[in-house]
Design a protein around this ligand. Sequence first.
Ligand SMILES: NC(=O)c1ccc[n+]([C@@H]2O[C@H](COP(=O)([O-])OP(=O)(O)OC[C@H]3O[C@@H](n4cnc5c(N)ncnc54)[C@H](O)[C@@H]3O)[C@@H](O)[C@H]2O)c1
Length: 665
Amino acid sequence: MDAGSYAGESAGIVMDYELPEYPGFHEGIRRAPRRESGLSAADKKLAVRNALRYIHPDHHKMMAEEFAEELETRGRIYGYRFRPPGRLWGRPVDEYRGKCVEGRAMQVMIDNNLDFDVALYPYELVTYGETGQVCQNWMQYRLIKKYLEQLSDEQTLVMMSGHPLGLFRSHKLAPRVITTNAMMVGMFDSNDSFNRAAAIGVANYGQMTAGGWMYIGPQGIVHGTFSTLLNAGRLKLGVPKDGNLAGKLFVSAGLGGMSGAQGKAAEIAGAVAIIAEVDISRIRTRFEQGWVSGIAETCEAAVDLALEKQAGKEPFAIAYHGNIVDLLEYLIENNIHADIMSDQTSCHVPYDGGYCPQGISFEERTRMLSGDKDSFRKLVDKSLRRHYECIVRLHERGVYFFDYGNSFLKAVYDAGVPSICKNGENDLDGFIFPSYVEDILGPQLFDFGYGPFRWCCLSGKPGDLDKTDMAALSCIDPDRRYQDRDNWVWVRDAKKNRLVVGTQCRILYQDAPGRLSIALKFNEMVRNGEIGPVMLGRDHHDTGGTDSPFRETSNIKDGSNIMADMAVQCFAGNCARGMSLVALHNGGGVGIGKAVNGGFGMVLDGSERVDTILRMAMPWDVMVGVARRSWACNPNAIEVAAEYNRLFGDTDHITLPYIVDDEAF
Ligand SMILES: NC(=O)c1ccc[n+]([C@@H]2O[C@H](COP(=O)([O-])OP(=O)(O)OC[C@H]3O[C@@H](n4cnc5c(N)ncnc54)[C@H](O)[C@@H]3O)[C@@H](O)[C@H]2O)c1
């Protein structure tokens, strides 16, 4: 083939021939630090060659230089030139072009994930979690949009690590998009290999909902964080089932993409919170959004304010501008009692900017990342060790500490602290502090099937969201279980709590029957013209979609938590049943090689076809997880699986375990 020919031209789905102007960068928008690449000279050439595949050969000479420069200065080729100028945001679905509603709906979700108000590093296509990207570069973004505009209801778009591989014929009940991110072959499934693959442009870290295009701002995590804190209070502090955390103090770190939910969740649960954050821009964002109520520049000011609010039992979230280790040292020195403690810095990538070491400012951290990586690593390790010592001291004084699914305990172990391991040597038997799933979310929610069900009103109308809130409320029986009562209260107060950032979306933890009945109800409302189309989904932090031994599956004790069969089955089953978008990722919130996780998106257009898919797919998506948890002999899951067999025995059946008495053999 000669240099000018291009197979894609015949299909008409190619990048525009003309190069767009190089866009400016808005002041004040956060930028990703330079990423590690460790590329050889040959790899660098390969990276540029790979990126040029999107570009017409007439421009290769010029673009090769531009891409090489980006690779050198940013560690990745983002193709900034191809970013559409100005702010991207999830517009009303009717404003997008497309041949089917799903194609237009996915464009809403993608643009919402890249909104300046929503994304962590919008120019680098990072939505949240320090490294979680929608796709790898802006050439892919443009091409994906073109494909989604062309997508018909008898085709499926295949996405591989952010690259749109192509449109393939399928059928009306098939997914419209199937996406995988960073699914590496086992022997290469490591951070080093991933960094190389990402730098040469063949791997994307999708986190969970970034690469699955279902991120809905920090609201997505608020409900889970709220449930975790409230149930921690019930389990560890003697808070009654109908009580809240009034007068209790929660201390943690991080006000970023997901961690930004901590203050809000604590306030909704009635607590006082101090959240340390080293980056003032993130504090300002959360303050302006009403997600923290006060800002303190010193530990003393933060603690004084917290004590005052605690005394008045007034829910109040304080952002402390500084390092979490400094704050914990202050608590120890001044004998301040916290009730619950956690951490939500990005410890899944501590050496890539996720964890800011004690003793340097956020700005110094960013400088060191692009220059002095070795010294930075040493500082991170030292700080994590000190951080751990503080937690041990506070734990001895009665504080309940849990790992918040950010690989904090693993990062401490990797920093050279084997005593954090249960067996004192390695992480094979887990850690001495629990993961929040092990103690709280697993037994109290996931084993029952309660998980992060969510929806987006694609019309963009707040009125549609109000109507869906009311409809969801009518589907919940608050007297069924205490979890239902919590969820009922949650959705009743959701509007008042001003949770929306970006598109008009809602999160509501629900179990399998709850998710199905709400989904069918919404589809009926779309059919009747009461609301516009709705995108359903969840994050991957759920009962069924994720195998993650340090997090989602940390309360599975039959040894199967090192297996990833469930996540893959969940993904495959959702494809088979026709969810609109189905995703499978490596890494998720805990880092490459540490989890396999999958998600879905389902567009409700009011049709009977969607009702049919919902009836098959919604229970499956949840019950695969309950069934697996039941087989692991988790008591609540066994109960739920047995009830499911009783109710749905004509079509479904879950294999139940005989209970084994350890004394009997
Ligand atoms: N528990 C969950 O349900 C859940 C869900 C998603 C993500 N996560 C994990 O939680 C972590 C945070 O996610 P995110 O999206 O908020 O990431 P993020 O990178 O957007 O935010 C982390 C924040 O921590 C701050 N920080 C880093 N080191 C600090 C220090 N020493 N002291 C004070 N502040 C510090 C950073 O400045 C940043 O703002 C990630 O590891 C992510 O994978 C957890």
